[in-house]
Every structure is written in structure tokens, then in C-alpha cells.
Design a protein around this ligand. Structure first.
Ligand SMILES: *[C@@H]1O[C@H](CO)[C@@H](O)[C@H](O)[C@H]1NC(C)=O
Ligand SMILES: *[C@@H]1O[C@H](CO)[C@@H](O)[C@H](O)[C@H]1NC(C)=O
Length: 466
């Protein structure tokens, strides 16, 4: 031991040297023993949980037809937070905005969640560029054809007042500036701070900059901490939904709770446009596959036209099918009585494809079954408003499971972390497909072994509860 230490001359005067004197006296031997003992207790406590976990997940036999029971806390409890907490408060050196006399107008683009992140970024950009932000226009031309205005979807007053120390926000351009020439900008995607600082040269020639698309995304790296925090404040705090959406959303959450106590929000991306875009036709009929192919062919801004569904699926690029979600949830050990709220648009093939899920989990509900027709009337034909309802119900759920990655999945997962590390289970689609394919080929029978394999795949994705 002494020799070993000799290899590290720098540590001579370190704490270690003091703790381990050269001469082994009775005293130091006792100290070693105590330290060793304490260390092993520590290791035992620290890893004991894992060993226990492992024991629980070992398959008892491959023939068992029942999933093993995970403790309730693992199925429903919040994951470990590792000491991470939201930090959105400005630092001490952050200065209040001066209310600039130059303006930024923004046309927001994409679906609800893309617009939300885009708008939060534009708040930060307005701050960097020392501009006054005009309430953004929402996308009316996209796939969703939604005529909603900003105040239909968001609480405009709250947005303006909660950011008043950060950026001045006005409802409209001042009258005298309505017709002045504007600089039209397509911001370069993933630009950092310096890009936007340089763009302030525009103020020499223009008093209004018009941002054509809001989804250019600020780079995540090397942003000053106060700009990062401002983005978070804008996204998670300032961009609250309008009172009518918020009220109905909360009412529906209460209704779900009174029904089942706890519920899973499943973002089931099994919609026609999604399947057509990704070219995922696994389990569909030839007629359905052809319909999806034609839709893809006719949608100009989708660049990928020829897609091999098999390869796409193997790569983990397909949304899980309703049946696959059913197998997945059952394998994780959720009981058949579990209440599942489907946060999604229209499921492709409707009832027929959903049957593959509801045969395992009969308590599947939609906003159409939780809310009355009357309640939903004001929202129909407004995709971003119905998406907002799904968003609220998903954020408030006990467990959130996205069947595919995307703007909504990421936004909701992030928001749930922000609000206190609520549980999100992101399926390992690539790994799961291997399991499903083995089942389909008859090499693997549903039951304990499948359950074990699925849990192994997701050990680090949701089992690390408190
Ligand atoms: C914005 O205004 C502040 C305060 O006057 C100034 O310090 C900063 O350099 C300005 N930023 C840019 C990018 O011009
Ligand atoms: C798609 O890919 C799979 C696996 O690579 C291959 O076996 C199959 O022949 C391909 N299908 C078509 C239509 O090209």
C-alpha cells in the first residue's frame, strides 16, 4: 500500500496521506477497519436498491402468463430528480428592459407546440436585439388550417405582463409604423447569441423587422444563463393557455381523476398524416398502405417519397401501433383497469385499429368521451385549441407516454420535468420492435419473458424512482 501510494507524489500532503500514515499502528489499523466497514455499508445501501430491483425483474419462468408486479411506486411514482430543480429567476446582474422604439413582428409557424417553442425563442431574440415584440401571428396556413389568433390560444395579458421586465410586448405596431418598409428575415436555424447581436445593424435602416418563420430555434449552447432562463420563463410560465382553454382543460383533468384516480396520458401518434409522412405501414392492409403512399406522393413539402416500411420500423423510426402500445403497457405491468387518456387527433382506421389496444385496456378515453359535445363546440375546427386541451391533460397526467418523438412529446416531457419531475416513459422503439418481431415470428410468447425484456430495455427510462 505504501509503495502504491509512492506512485502518486502529488498526493503526499493530501488528505489521503494524513489519513493513511506510513507506519501501520494499531490505531490506524482500527481506523482502516472502521472505514472499510462504513464504506461497505454505504455500498450496500447505495446499490442494494438496484440489486433488489434486479431480483424483482428476473423472469421466474418463461411460461408464466402473468406479468410480474412492479410496486405501485415504480409504475406511478415520480422519477428521481437528482437534485435538479427549475431555475428561471434572473441573475442579480439582469437589467429590466428599456422599452425600445424598434419593433419585431413575428409570423409563427407549425402546430401548437412548434409555435410555443418558436415564440419563446422569439421572446429571447427580441431581448437580445433590444426590440419591442409585437404579439405574434399564429400559423393559419399550415396543415391544420386553424384560424385561431394569439389571444384565442394564449392568455395575452398574462404573456405581456409576466414578461414586462424582460421584453416590451405590444398588441400591435404603432399606427405610424404600419406602412413603413420592414426588413424581412428568415433567421438562420440554430444560431447563437452573436448572430442576433450582429443583426442589430438592421436597426440602422429599419424600425421594424418582420420574422417570417419563428421556428429557427436558438442554439442551446453558449447562451448567457439569463437568456436561457428567459426562454424557460417564456415557455413554461408566460405562455399560459387562454382562460377558456385552461378552464376546460382543468375540468377534464378533474373528471378523469374522479373516474379513475390516476391516469396515463398516451400521445398516440397513429394519425393518418403521421403514418403517411413516416411511411410506416406495419400491420396495415394493402389498401391502407396505398392510401398513405398516395397522400405522401401528393404532399409537396414532404421530401421523402420512397420509404421502405420494414427498414423504417427496424430503425425505430415508426410510431408504435395501438397494439404495440398495448403489449408495451402490459409488459410494464400496468393492470387492465388502467385509465388511459388518448392525447391525439383522429386515430387512423379509427375503432378497428384501436381495438388492438382496447382489448387489453378497456378504459381508454378521448377528449370526445370525457367532455360533452357542447363543451367542445367552441374548439372544433381549431386544431391548436384542441391540441392545447391535450397538452394540459398530458402535463397533468400521472404518467405520460409518447408513442413517437416530436414537438409535443418533447414539450410535454420538458414541462413535466419543470413542474416536478413527473413520470414520462419514452418507449425504446428500436429495442421494442426486436421484441415484437420475435413475438410475431413465434420465437417469443407474450408473458413473463417479454415482460422481463421490455423492463430491461426501459430500466433507465423509468425505473429510477425515488
Ligand atoms: C442593448 O441595449 C443595452 C443597453 O443599452 C446595451 O448594453 C446592449 O449592447 C444592446 N445590445 C445590442 C445587441 O445592441
Ligand atoms: C424493404 O427492406 C427489407 C429489409 O431490408 C427487404 O427485405 C425488402 O425487400 C424491402 N422491400 C422493398 C419493397 O424494397
Amino acid at each position: 500500500m505504501v509503495n502504491k501510494r509512492g506512485n502518486y507524489p502529488h498526493s503526499r500532503n493530501s488528505l489521503a496521506t494524513k489519513l493513511f500514515p506510513r507506519k501501520l499502528t494499531l490505531y490506524s489499523i482500527t481506523v482502516y477497519a472502521i472505514l472499510l466497514f462504513a464504506f461497505s455499508i454505504f455500498i450496500f445501501i447505495f446499490y442494494g436498491k438496484d440489486i433488489f430491483q434486479h431480483e424483482q425483474m428476473k423472469p421466474l419462468s418463461s411460461e408464466g402468463s402473468q406479468s410480474q408486479q412492479l410496486p405501485d411506486s415504480k409504475l406511478w411514482g415520480a422519477p428521481h430528480h437528482y437534485g435538479l430543480r427549475p431555475c428561471v429567476k434572473p441573475t442579480a446582474k439582469y437589467k429590466a428592459t428599456q422599452g425600445w422604439d424598434r419593433y419585431m413582428t413575428v409570423r409563427s409557424n407549425g402546430g401548437l407546440n412548434q409555435m410555443r417553442t418558436g415564440i419563446s425563442d422569439m421572446v429571447a431574440v427580441a431581448r437580445i436585439m433590444n426590440a419591442t415584440l409585437v404579439i405574434p401571428q399564429l400559423d393559419k396556413r399550415s396543415f391544420w388550417q386553424d384560424s385561431s389568433t394569439f389571444s384565442d390560444v394564449f392568455d395575452e395579458l398574462h404573456f405581456t405582463t409576466s414578461l414586462q421586465g424582460d421584453v416590451r410586448i405590444v398588441k400591435e405596431l404603432p399606427k405610424e409604423l404600419e406602412h413603413v418598409p420592414r426588413a424581412r428575415k428568415h433567421f438562420t436555424s440554430w444560431s447563437g447569441m452573436s448572430y442576433y447581436e450582429e443583426l442589430t445593424h438592421l436597426w440602422k435602416d429599419y424600425q421594424v423587422v418582420h420574422v417570417v418563420k419563428s421556428d429557427s430555434r436558438l442554439a442551446n449552447n453558449d447562451l448567457p444563463v439569463d437568456i436561457q432562463r428567459l426562454r424557460c420563463r417564456a415557455l413554461y410560465y408566460a405562455l399560459r393557455f387562454s382562460p377558456s382553454i385552461d378552464n376546460l382543460g382543468k375540468k377534464l383533468v378533474e373528471r378523469l381523476r374522479s373516474r379513475g384516480g390516476r391516469y396515463i396520458a398516451l400521445h398516440l401518434r397513429y394519425e393518418k398524416d403521421m403514418l403517411s409522412f413516416t411511411g410506416c405501414t406495419h400491420g396495415l392492409t394493402d389498401v391502407e398502405s396505398e392510401e398513405l403512399r398516395i397522400m405522401r406522393e401528393n404532399t409537396n413539402h414532404w421530401k421523402m417519397k420512397k420509404i421502405n416500411s420494414t427498414e423504417q420500423r427496424k430503425g425505430g423510426f415508426c410510431p408504435l401501433t395501438p397494439e404495440e402500445v398495448g403489449i408495451f403497457l402490459q409488459a410494464l405491468g400496468y393492470p387492465p383497469s388502467t385509465l388511459i387518456y388518448i392525447a391525439a387527433g383522429e386515430i387512423y382506421g379509427g375503432h378497428i385499429h384501436l381495438l388492438d389496444l382496447t382489448s387489453r385496456f378497456p378504459n381508454v378515453v378521448f377528449k370526445e368521451t370525457v367532455a360533452s359535445q357542447d363543451e367542445l363546440k367552441a374548439f372544433s375546427n381549431h386544431a391548436s385549441q384542441t391540441a392545447a386541451l391535450d397538452y394540459i391533460i398530458s402535463v397533468e397526467s400521472d404518467v405520460f407516454i409518447p408513442s413517437y418523438s416530436g414537438n409535443m412529446a418533447r414539450a410535454v416531457e420538458g414541462h413535466r420535468r419543470f413542474l416536478g419531475h413527473r413520470k414520462t416513459i419514452t418507449p425504446d422503439r428500436k429495442g421494442l420492435v426486436e421484441v415484437f418481431d420475435k413475438m410475431e415470428a413465434g420465437q417469443l410468447e407474450e408473458g413473463t419473458l417479454v415482460s422481463y425484456l421490455v423492463m430491461q430495455l426501459h430500466k433507465n427510462r423509468f425505473l429510477d424512482v425515488l
